[in-house]
Design a protein around this ligand. Sequence first.
Ligand code: SF4
Length: 262
Amino acid sequence: MSRITWPLFTVEEIFPLEETNGFEFRRICLQTVTEPDWAQRLERTISRLREVPYLQEIPISSSGRPANLLEVGRALAAGLERLAIPLDVANPQLYTALKGGSLPRVYRLLKEAAERYPQQVTTHLIVGLGETEEELAALLLDLAQSQIPVALFAFTPVRSTRLARQKPPSLKGYRRIQVLRYLLAQNLPVKLTYGEQGAITSFGYSHQELEALLSSGAAFQTSGCPDCNRPYYNERPGQIPYNYPRPLTANEVEQAFAELWE
Ligand code: SF4
């Protein structure tokens, strides 16, 4: 999805959605952009969606940049099951340079919102924007303390953008962050050690213990809201996926585990 074109449609062209064309929808996600009437537009879109008979029961998520707690409450009250307030960038200087604004300010709002609306407020983190694994790990540990679910993304260079020449993250670095997110989401204790350039060298488990903990392969599947699998969101078909959009085969689990330290 990072790599495809996004054709414009008017709301009138989209509604009414009469046919599912055989697709079974399990979750709707409304990706929004920052604009002054953000909350009102979200409310209008959700109520239009709820008028469609087969979409009435489907949980709706959204990812946006609310300005304050009031807007968070308003978005949730409009019918969202979950609202992601994306941090995206783990390093404060890079955050300001890449997204504009202040990471501490957004982080404060995220934590306040999660405290007020537990399990309804989530976040996104992008791996590979120039941050260290240690910075990402510190953030993941703190987010786990506040019980804020995290969806992980791998940075994807997109042609004609500012970061077009920047490389995507290494698979091994991404796997380590996936493992940490998974262990924390399972409420498992971790004892991290770091090596050169802040790379994680241990999670505090032996090789065999870690292999057993990761044997289901769930750590390497797409993370985030239930049923959000974002196939090929940040990888090309034919490539080993950063995020598997489906359960892994036994061979894929073995391979993903081996990729951790390769
Ligand atoms: S995890 Fe998926 S469904 Fe949830 S907000 Fe993020 S992109 Fe949307």
